[in-house]
Design a protein around this ligand. Structure first.
Ligand code: AHM
Ligand code: MG
Length: 330
C-alpha cells in the first residue's frame, strides 16, 4: 500500500517552504502532546496546577505542558515571528525583527480541558496568519495579530481520541492525517474531507437552553420536534464538550456545532474564543463545503479587536447554517 505522509504532502511546490516548516513544527509538537495524553494517570500530567489563565479558568497541568511543547518546537521555525495562545495573556515573540513574508501562529494547546480527567477526546487547535506587510524590519506587536479569520493562510486541529488525527487546510480543501504510533508519522487518510450539505444531527449544550436567543431556541425546538415537526425528520443530538471532537464529527459526517451567545452574560459574545478556536474551525468547515455564522455574519469576516475575544459560534452543514441565518434575520 502506498502512503503519503504529512512531510511529503507539505513538500508540494505550491506550499511556501517556511509555511511547510511551521506546520511541520506544530505537527511535531502534537505528536509529543499525544504521547503525554496517552500516558495519562500513569504519567505526571493529570490534575490542576492551581493557577488561572487570562480567561480566569483553572489551568490543568496538561494545558501548560502542551503550551510549553508548542512554544519550544515552533520557535525553531524560521518564518515564525510570534505566537499567541489561550494560555498566555499576551503574545510570545520569537524574533526581535519580523522576517519578510513571515507568519504568526495562534493556538489553543489543549482544547476540552474538562475532559482530561474523564479520558474523553481532547485536542489542539491552530491558526496561521501572515505578518502584516509593514511589520518587516521591526518587532511584531499584539495589534499585528488582530486580523480577520479570512486572512488565515492555514488552520488545523489535532484530535487526541482513539486515534490521533490532524485535519488541515491551507485554503485549498481539507486533508486528514492519522498518526501511526509505530513510527510517529502522519499518514494521509482523507485527501478531501467534505461535509454533507444536509444533516440529521446537531450539537449544543442543551443545559443552557433557557438562556438561548429566540432563533437558536427555534432551530433546536424544530429539530427536537422530529418527524412530526416542521423539519419532517428525526434528529440526533451529540455533545462531547470538546470543540475539537464535536467539530471533527461534523467534519466527518455532517451536522451542526453551536456554542452561541446566550443571556447568561449578555455582554459576552459567547464562550469560545474567536482567534484560536472559532476562526481556524470556521476556515476548515468552509473549506470542507460547510459554513459558519456568528449571529451577524460569516465568522471569518468578524472584526477582531482583541487577542482573546469571544465569539458566538454556529458551524457545519451549509443548509443548516443557511437556516440559522434565516432565523436570525426574522
Ligand atoms: P477550553 O478551551 O477551556 O477547554 O474550553 C472550550 C470547550 C470547548 O472545547 C467545548 O465546546 C466547550 O468548552 C464546552 O463547554 P461546556 O462545558 O459549557 O459544554
Ligand atoms: Mg479551547
Amino acid at each position: 500500500m502506498s502512503t503519503t505522509t504529512l512531510a511529503a504532502h507539505l513538500s508540494q511546490p505550491t506550499i511556501p517552504p517556511r509555511l511547510a516548516e511551521l506546520i511541520g513544527a506544530v505537527a511535531k509538537g502534537c505528536v509529543e502532546i499525544s504521547a503525554q495524553v496517552r500516558r495519562g494517570a500513569a504519567g505526571q500530567i493529570m490534575g490542576a496546577l492551581g493557577s488561572e489563565n487570562v480567561q480566569g479558568e483553572v489551568q490543568q497541568k496538561l494545558d501548560v505542558l502542551s503550551n510549553d511543547i508548542l512554544l519550544a518546537l515552533c520557535a525553531k521555525a524560521e518564518g515564525l515571528s510570534a505566537m499567541a495562545s489561550e494560555e498566555m495573556e499576551t503574545i510570545h515573540p520569537v524574533r526581535d525583527v519580523a522576517p519578510q513574508g513571515g507568519y504568526l501562529l495562534l493556538f489553543d494547546p489543549l482544547d476540552g480541558s474538562s475532559n482530561i480527567a474523564v479520558n474523553v477526546s481532547i485536542g489542539t487547535i491552530f491558526s496561521i496568519l501572515p505578518t502584516p506587510a509593514d511589520s518587516a524590519g521591526r518587532a511584531v506587536a499584539e495589534a499585528d495579530f488582530l486580523q480577520p479569520g479570512r486572512n488565515q493562510v492555514a488552520a488545523g486541529y489535532v484530535v487526541y481520541g482513539p486515534q490521533t488525527q490532524m485535519v488541515l487546510t491551507l485554503g485549498d480543501g481539507v486533508c486528514a492525517f492519522t498518526l501511526d504510533p509505530d513510527c510517529d508519522d502522519w499518514v494521509l487518510t482523507n485527501p478531501a474531507m467534505t461535509i454533507p450539505a444536509e444533516t440529521k444531527e446537531f450539537a449544543i449544550n442543551t443545559a443552557n437552553a433557557r438562556h438561548w436567543a429566540a432563533p437558536v431556541s427555534r432551530y433546536v425546538e424544530e429539530c427536537l420536534a422530529g418527524v412530526e415537526g416542521p423539519r419532517g425528520k428525526d434528529f440526533n443530538m451529540r455533545w462531547v464538550a470538546s470543540m475539537v471532537a464535536d467539530v471533527h464529527r461534523v467534519m466527518s459526517r455532517g451536522g451542526v456545532f453551536m456554542y452561541p451567545w446566550d443571556k447568561r452574560e449578555p455582554n459576552r459574545p459567547g464562550k469560545l474564543r474567536l482567534m484560536y478556536e472559532a476562526n481556524p474551525m470556521a476556515l476548515l468547515v468552509e473549506q470542507a463545503g460547510g459554513a459558519s455564522f456568528d449571529g451577524a455574519g460569516d465568522t471569518l469576516d468578524a472584526p477582531v479587536t482583541s487577542l482573546h475575544q469571544r465569539a458566538s459560534v454556529m458551524m457545519g452543514s451549509k443548509a443548516e447554517i443557511a437556516r440559522l441565518r434565516d432565523y436570525h434575520a426574522v
